[in-house]
Design a protein around this ligand. Structure first.
Ligand SMILES: *Cc1c(COP(=O)(O)O)cnc(C)c1O
Length: 388
């Protein structure tokens, strides 16, 4: 089909659609079928078995490939299934460089699962490109980054990483979960592979678990298609449909998420209970300028630390509207305690080294009225005061 639009919001609504020639639905139907009829032996068919390909999933895969500006997209049953599929591009003896603030599950799968197959990793502070360059030994085959990274919102210069990777003929991989293609498109900055936990902003309503991968070349597309079909961690037709439904509103949701986050970050920054705010949208944040050079804005996720006069347990207990929960990116605001929740899989020594303190609070700002969110935070901070 010829494209009749230019902007990303139009692409979110019109991209990827698979039309059914009999009824012309405006949405891709849920093809809830495991297999497809073949009319003669050796027939060349578009779909033969739903692990290999399913029209509802194919529509989602075409949509995310279009949004990220890549060659092909792949949908998986979770973000971790997507990351696992990408890691199986490598073989024993290979080494992957990973950002020091990488998602806890990414660290865990490398440290506890892929290590059994002798796939090695090195943790690097990717905020510092000279450290990245120094860490490239002969066995390094890829650099895996998140920017901004979980949970200190550390910003990595994505163009810089892509250039280093290209120069060393190794792959660059970005986990773009925190930004989504609406705010940041790593492939356009020179990356080879971008992946998502679509459970977060792309899904956006805390009601599904999904992962997506987009690759930049036909060669990688062929390899990933082979891995996806061989290992089988595919997204089912219903969640493939639900995710497309969510992506149609990604732009408007992100605009409001970001507006709320910006208001809350400035409020917390000026609050006497708060010692420090980590948010790439604050002009005095370390990665502010680099982030603005590669993303639409500072995004939604932020973390903060209380001063010694406030008790973090009391703070979590006193919140009424904002829920204490793992995950992020939904319409509802959530807080979490990285040290004991999302990043508990990372040993305390490494947590301390990378700055994930026991006093760190991560906030995923939802779409509620920002006045209600600020009132809830203010009240909980007041309740958590232990010293005058
Ligand atoms: C949640 C998350 C993942 C893992 O995705 P699941 O859908 O939970 O498997 C990976 N990366 C980041 C940045 C995440 O936030």
């Amino acid at each position: 089909m010829t494209r009749t639009y230019r902007g990303i919001n139009s692409a979110m609504i019109h991209g990827g659609l698979q039309t059914d020639e009999s009824s012309h639905p405006v949405n891709t139907p849920i093809y809830q079928t495991s297999t497809f009829r073949q009319f003669s032996l050796g027939d060349k068919v578009d779909y033969e078995y739903s692990r290999t390909g399913n029209p509802t999933r194919a529509a989602l895969e075409a949509l995310i490939a279009e949004l990220e500006g890549g060659k092909a997209g792949f949908a998986f049953a979770s973000g971790m299934a997507a990351i696992t599929a990408v890691l199986t591009l490598f073989k024993s003896g290979d080494r992957i460089l990973i950002s020091s603030n990488v998602y806890g599950g990414t660290y865990r799968v490398l440290d506890k699962v892929f290590s059994r197959f002798a796939l090695k990793y090195t943790i690097v502070d990717t905020e510092d490109l000279s450290l990245v360059k120094q860490s490239i030994t002969d066995d390094v085959r890829a650099i895996f980054v998140e920017s901004p990274a979980n949970p200190l919102l550390t910003v990595t210069d994505l163009m810089g990483i892509a250039e280093i990777a290209r120069r060393h003929h190794i792959l660059s991989i970005a986990d773009n979960t925190f930004m989504t293609p609406y705010l940041q498109r790593p492939l356009e900055l020179g990356f080879d592979i971008v992946l998502h936990s679509a459970t977060k902003y792309l899904g956006g309503h805390s009601d599904l678990i999904a992962g997506l991968v987009v690759v930049s070349s036909a060669e990688l597309a062929e390899q990933l298609a082979f891995i996806q079909n061989s290992t089988g961690g595919v997204l089912d037709p219903f969640d493939s449909f639900l995710l497309q439904r969510s992506i149609k509103t990604l732009g408007v949701r992100m605009d409001r998420h970001v507006a709320n986050a910006e208001a809350i970050a400035s409020h917390l920054k000026n609050h006497q209970a708060v010692a420090r705010v980590y948010y790439p949208g604050l002009p005095d944040f370390k990665g502010y300028a680099v982030n603005l050079g590669q993303a639409r804005n500072g995004g939604v996720m932020m973390s903060f630390e209380l001063t010694g006069d406030y008790d973090i347990r009391k703070f979590f207990a006193a919140l009424k509207l904002i829920a204490l929960a793992e995950s992020l990116g939904g319409v509802e605001s959530l807080v979490c305690h990285p040290a004991t929740m999302t990043h508990a899989a990372i040993p305390p020594e490494i947590r301390a080294k990378v700055g994930i303190t026991d006093g760190l609070i991560r906030l995923s700002t939802g779409l509620e009225d920002v006045e209600d969110l600020i009132a809830d935070l203010d009240n909980a901070l007041e309740q958590s005061r232990i010293r005058e």
